[in-house]
Design a protein around this ligand. Structure first.
Ligand SMILES: Cc1cc2nc3c(=O)[nH]c(=O)nc-3n(C[C@H](O)[C@H](O)[C@H](O)COP(=O)(O)O)c2cc1C
Length: 408
């Protein structure tokens, strides 16, 4: 089978269907209004992903609380946002009602920015710190997540992605470093309580099942001593028993898809996003996606990450057969070889949201490939609306202006 046939073939996710194997990764773009509602800019980004025919879309990290957040203009999901989110989803479904969209619910915990919000922590991590969370605080956060899931469902979303990756609160609680003796720390039973309670509460609150799906994006390995997937609170050794147990526990509680990821934005960012001079880190992601695939039920969908560095034929990856190392060729191979079911596109979805459509229509030569310049990431870090700086003019200008201001 050619790569086009593989990538354009449908796949079942719970009771829903993705028309092809392209998954639009959650990409925080810092362009909400002051109340955390989507703006015209937000809508335009997602309209493009819908028109560009991604098979399955993940709405970027949307915070369940306004109190602690990583971005000043981050999407928020609280009762006050329901109306705006409903309007937003309706507009997308008018473009194509068959494309499922899930909301990536999150709480930023220790990565919350103190300039405009409250940084909280399960156990202070060097370089971050924060106010210590109590049992009751986390109980309330679980209530917030359950309420947010209900709002997502009422707004017309097709499911939830629980963010247990990249060092946000979901990862902070799970990691061995959280060895404080409290309801949500210490033993694995205590550290996994948050994730399991969350899944159960959301399952009950939404009656999730075939048509409202649950899943999670996970950093199976955070890449620093004591991080998720390490052997102990200060151990640099990798030990994946806990993350794989987590996957099983989440599956038992209703998860029907997982998005593989690695790393932590504070301690090991290049594992999250493979950069220009380290594109080979993408291969590490494939290893973990494959591991995940081997541990889940046959019907559970595994989505791989870190495909942007493969670009077209011109990439910086050493491959035995370079002609087989393009994004499409390698993506299809990962699916055909059973390592994963779908390929996630993050930075590439900003560079060209029409990537799947162009492949379908035989317009591959028109695809604009991400070069991993990382300017989108810098816009995000500096709290400015995010878009592709290379190909999308307003963002090129915004980036230039930002640099001018920084030079002062
Ligand atoms: C600007 C930017 C925003 C991101 N926002 C999120 C997010 O909201 N949630 C998430 O899980 N990952 C987020 N990521 C990580 C991507 O979803 C993806 O996992 C990573 O970029 C690797 O995929 P890629 O090589 O296709 O870019 C973000 C990355 C960037 C550069």
């Amino acid at each position: 089978m050619g790569y086009k046939e593989t990538l354009l073939s449908p796949v079942q996710i719970g009771g829903l269907v993705s028309r092809n194997r392209f998954f639009a990764q959650p990409m925080e773009c810092v362009d909400s209004d002051a109340e955390g509602n989507p703006t015209e800019k937000t809508l335009q980004r997602y309209e493009n992903l819908y028109k560009g025919k991604f098979g399955f879309v993940d709405l970027e990290a949307i915070t369940v609380t306004n109190e602690s957040r990583a971005r000043k203009t981050q999407l928020e999901i609280m009762p006050r946002n329901e109306k705006a989110l409903t309007k937003f989803i309706r507009a997308l479904k008018e473009i194509d009602p068959s494309i499922p969209i899930v909301f990536q619910l999150t709480h930023s915990g220790e990565i919350s920015k103190t300039e405009f919000s409250r940084r909280v922590t399960v156990k202070p991590l060097p370089g971050l710190g924060g106010e210590l969370l109590s049992d009751e605080d986390v109980d309330t956060i679980i209530d917030n997540f359950a309420e947010a899931a209900k709002i997502a469902q009422a707004a017309g979303a097709d499911g939830i992605d629980l963010k247990f990756c990249h060092g946000y609160l979901g990862s902070q609680i799970l990691r061995p470093y959280n060895d404080r003796k409290w309801k949500y720390g210490g033993s694995w039973e205590n550290r996994s309580r948050f994730a399991y309670d969350l899944m159960e509460r959301i399952q009950r609150a939404t009656n999730a099942g075939k048509n409202f799906i649950l899943g999670s994006k996970l950093s199976l390995w955070e890449g620093f001593p004591g991080g998720c997937g390490s052997a102990g609170p200060d151990s640099p050794l990798m030990d994946l028993r806990e993350p794989l147990d987590l996957v099983k526990g989440l599956e038992e509680r209703g998860a029907c898809y997982f998005i593989e990821s690695l790393g932590n934005v504070h301690a090991s960012r290049n594992f999250v996003e493979a950069v220009q001079n380290e594109p080979y880190l993408s291969y590490l992601h494939f290893y973990f996606a494959n591991l995940l695939k081997q541990h889940v039920r046959p019907e559970t969908v595994v989505i791989g990450s870190s495909f942007s560095p493969f670009q077209g034929m011109k990439n910086k990856l050493l491959a035995v057969e370079p002609e087989k190392s393009s994004l499409f060729a390698i993506g299809a191979m990962c699916i055909e070889d059973g390592m994963m079911d779908m390929i996630g596109l993050g930075r590439q979805s900003l560079a060209d949201p029409f990537t799947p459509l162009k492949l379908k229509e035989g317009r591959e030569e028109e695809i604009r490939y991400c070069t991993q310049c990382m300017n989108c990431e810098e816009l995000m870090r500096r709290q400015r609306p995010v878009g592709c700086v290379l190909y999308n003019k307003p963002y090129t200008e915004s980036f230039r202006e930002m640099r001018r201001l920084l030079k002062g």
